[in-house]
Design a protein. Structure first.
Length: 254
């Protein structure tokens, strides 16, 4: 781990990739971990595991769709110890495409990301120092092309992928690093509910190591595993009539 990254904030840290990243950084010598989630029991369990590894853990029960409370929490964390890495990881699956579920998906997966990185950007700009300043957005391989099986989820991930790619270019001029993360199928509470095939399925611990390494190397788009990245990339550049035929054959989540 980069020795300049000691104070790390992770949203959606109570399970899945967020939990695995918290444990990874705790094991790599982080000084402070700032973790939020919506389930107190799971979040406390993660905090306990990280604390046993010698890191100072600060937790917050928080819905990142709440713009004001998220901004206040991030400012509070910054006052405790200057943040070096902010990971906007919190996300939800849609399930049935009902109006309520659709809005919940967009509120969490898009606005939850914005509510996390926007205060982070302002903090980094205000600080204007040589301190390491890194942001990471967790998107998904599902963001490479709209998926009929999960329209809201894939659309929300496509949105934050595109936004992150564009902001990376802008922020680089201010010495602020931004990385976009597009995992394939990784063990989480979301994938635990899937009944569809999940090729190249990966354990969260392995995904966390790949993500952390990609951030340290400042890889702009951290997409894995590579066979799924290749397939997603090809699907995105094919003529629409061909990609529609291929994607129309994919199984739906149920």
């Amino acid at each position: 781990m980069n020795k300049n990254i000691k104070n790390i904030l992770i949203t959606g840290a109570s399970s899945g990739i967020g939990e695995a990243l918290a444990l990874y950084y705790a094991g790599q010598g982080a000084k402070h971990l700032f973790l939020c989630g919506r389930n107190a029991q799971r979040l406390n369990n993660v905090a306990g595991e990280c604390s046993r590894l010698g890191v100072k853990v600060h937790t917050e029960i928080l819905d990142v769709a709440d713009r004001q409370k998220t901004a206040e929490w991030i400012e509070k964390c910054e006052k405790i110890s200057p943040l070096n890495l902010i990971i906007a990881n919190a996300g939800v699956s849609t399930g049935e495409e009902t109006p309520e579920n659709i809005y919940n998906t967009f509120n969490t997966n898009i606005f939850g990301v914005l509510n996390t990185i926007t205060p982070g950007i302002e903090i980094y700009r205000r600080r204007n120092s040589a301190e390491k300043a890194v942001l990471a957005i967790v998107s998904s391989i599902a963001g490479y092309h709209g998926l009929a099986g999960c329209p809201s989820y894939s659309a929300s991930k496509a949105c934050v992928k595109a936004y992150g790619e564009a902001m990376r270019i802008r922020l680089a001029k201010e010495n602020i690093q931004l990385n976009v993360i597009c995992p394939g199928f990784v063990r989480s509470r979301i994938t635990d509910k899937n009944t569809c095939p999940m090729p190249f399925f990966m354990e969260a611990e392995n995904a966390a190591a790949i993500i952390a390494t990609g951030i340290e190397k400042n890889i702009g788009l951290i997409t894995f595993p590579w066979p799924m990245r290749l397939a997603a990339w090809l699907g995105a550049i094919l003529p629409n009539c061909i990609s529609n035929f291929i994607y129309g054959k994919l199984p739906y989540k149920v």
